[in-house]
Design a protein around this ligand. Structure first.
Ligand code: SAH
Length: 375
């Protein structure tokens, strides 16, 4: 079990069900985490800038086609106030995330970055989707440090289907691997990751995702369970476990088969479909830690969503070293609904913060000091 693991070994772990063997995987991931990145857990304050999005991703609740959603965009003042909260809570960094909001003025974002940098020592991570290289460059010049852009799945056909390109994309712009290379070239720390349990995603795909994490030499790796949102095409076509939002399949329906066939995707044998377990999300965290020992790996909100009480703590005990407490003002939070029942949708930043500290204390870990740059 080490960073030289090959595809066969990875896939074997992904399919492993023996609790005793799995305990070994969790232990090993936790050990490597402690050795390579230590006991500090970096807190990154998440600011959800806008839920306005021009895309029609089949998985995402804030897709343009979801007309049931109230849309919002934070003002610079609101973002600044949230950044000040990060300072007050002693976080070392903030993450500014948003839908692909065409009205976000790049110059204004640059101004905002300069303002935050002028006032604080916070590291700034952006996660604003696919933009022009000029925008990425402008924001780097303004002082942004990191960029998060998940490739979602390394299965190219599956990605094209669930994340349709649109007419205004620059050439191949939805080639997220190319964008990640550009971002690295501009000097950003880069983060990427995947959703675990997308309909049509096989164990082999997920194995390739993990190998790609290593190949890309990512500074940050964020992954979490795919959760079905009822106001999305995938949510309407695939059955969710009502309690968790996780995909539940024992057999594909006629409509589901037709969906795969019409989109030139293979109809997977049920045994090959990645699905129905929160354990799989933990396996991806643990294996990511083994493959990329020094990466910053968050225990994500999606994991906290499927197990409110223990999800975050379990992620941190199985390889993760980062959490992203939500700093979005309470009145907007419920509208950044990329999936249903999102954890912390009805809390104030103060409440979320207090809960994070409790989680860390419960597992004997300490809040990180400083920006938590990638080693
Ligand atoms: N517009 C930005 C930010 C998207 S939200 C971008 O596309 O990069 C951040 C992440 O949430 C996405 O990258 C995706 O991996 C995750 N996400 C979106 N919908 C989800 C769902 N239904 N279940 C689980 N994760 C989801």
């Amino acid at each position: 079990m080490q960073s030289t693991m090959n595809a066969y070994e990875i896939e074997t772990w992904l399919r492993e069900t023996d609790p005793i063997r799995l305990e070994m995987l969790w232990k090993q991931a936790d050990l490597i985490r402690a050795k390579e990145v230590g006991d500090q857990v970096h807190l990154r304050g998440l600011i959800e800038l806008s839920n306005i999005c021009r895309r029609q991703c089949l998985y995402c609740g804030i897709r343009a086609g979801n007309s049931a959603l109230t849309r919002y965009r934070l003002t610079n003042q609101e973002v600044l106030d949230a950044a000040r909260k990060a300072i007050q809570f002693e976080y070392g960094s903030i993450v500014i995330q948003s839908g692909e909001d065409a009205q976000l003025d790049p110059e204004n974002i640059a101004r905002l970055i300069r303002q935050i940098k002028g006032e604080t020592d916070l590291a700034i991570t952006l996660s604003l989707g696919e933009r022009s290289i000029e925008d990425y460059h402008l924001w780097k010049q303004a002082g942004a440090d990191r960029y998060l852009l998940r490739f979602e799945t390394s299965n190219r056909r599956l990605f094209q289907v669930i994340h349709p390109a649109w007419k205004h994309d620059r050439l191949n712009s939805n080639d997220r691997l190319q964008l990640l290379r550009e971002l690295r070239g501009l000097g950003y720390e880069i983060g990427s990751g995947v959703m675990v349990g997308i309909p049509g995603q096989s164990y082999t795909d997920l194995t390739n995702d993990l190998l790609l994490f290593r190949e890309l030499n990512l500074n940050m790796i964020g992954s979490g369970p795919f959760l079905l949102h009822p106001q999305t095409p995938l949510g309407q076509l695939f059955l969710a476990d009502r309690g968790t939002g996780l995909l539940q399949v024992t057999e594909w329906t006629k409509e589901q088969r037709a969906f795969f066939e019409q989109n030139d995707l293979p109809v997977l044998a049920i045994d090959d479909q990645v699905a129905h377990s929160d354990q799989l999300a933990f396996k991806v965290i643990a294996l990511a830690r083994l493959l990329c020992p020094r990466a910053n790996i968050p225990s994500t909100t999606a994991i906290a969503t499927i197990d409110r009480e223990n999800g975050r703590k379990m992620g941190l005990s199985r390889g993760a070293n980062v959490v992203m407490p939500n700093l979005t003002p309470l009145q907007y939070r419920r509208f950044y609904e990329i999936y249903p029942n999102k954890a912390a949708s009805y809390e104030t930043p103060e409440e979320t913060h207090a809960q994070m500290l409790q989680h860390l204390a419960a597992i004997g870990r300490i809040p990180g000091k400083g920006r938590g740059d990638s080693r």
